[in-house]
Write a protein that binds this ligand. Structure first.
Ligand code: DQA
Length: 142
């Protein structure tokens, strides 16, 4: 089972970006934690990050074409704006799990709407880097 872990804008700055909100772990730290957990679960992970909306759309299509088992998607701020990512989730058969480090519902009102959550299989938010691990466990069990 191959699980894509797709990360959107500004997540390349994790570790130095608002650590009080997002924690001090870098995306590389999260990727190696996920690789360890994937090994325990007997799955594999493909972790990517882009600041460009269209790259994320292309990777969702690739996940479908490559027969991925699931996609974990932290779309960053595109969560709150992207009809294109919403449509991409609906366009593919691969189940998509929404992931956030913070809990957007407990933050500014502009973060309360999620175009990703409206189309995703489920969501994990608010547990910092552990959100990814919990989502990986859920994805592996699908
Ligand atoms: C985020 C939450 C979003 O609102 C924000 O724009 C991000 C990160 C999170 O993981 O908590 O970039 O997706």
């Amino acid at each position: 089972k191959r699980i894509y872990v797709l990360n959107g804008p500004n997540l390349n700055l994790l570790g130095m970006r608002e650590p009080g909100i997002y924690g001090s772990e870098t995306l590389d730290d999260i990727a190696s934690m996920l690789e360890d957990r994937a090994r325990e679960l007997g799955v594999s992970v493909e972790v990517r990050q882009s600041n460009h909306e269209g790259h994320l759309v292309d990777w969702m299509h690739e996940a479908q074409a490559e027969g991925a088992h699931a996609v974990l998607l932290n779309a960053g701020a595109y969560t709150h704006t992207s009809v294109a990512l919403h449509d991409a989730i609906r366009a593919i058969e691969v189940p998509v799990i929404e992931v956030h480090l913070s809990n957007p519902h407990a933050r500014e009102p502009f973060r309360h709407k999620s175009w990703i959550g409206m189309a995703a299989k489920g969501s994990v938010s608010g547990f910092g880097a552990a959100s990814y691990r919990i989502a990986l466990d859920a994805a592996a069990a699908l």
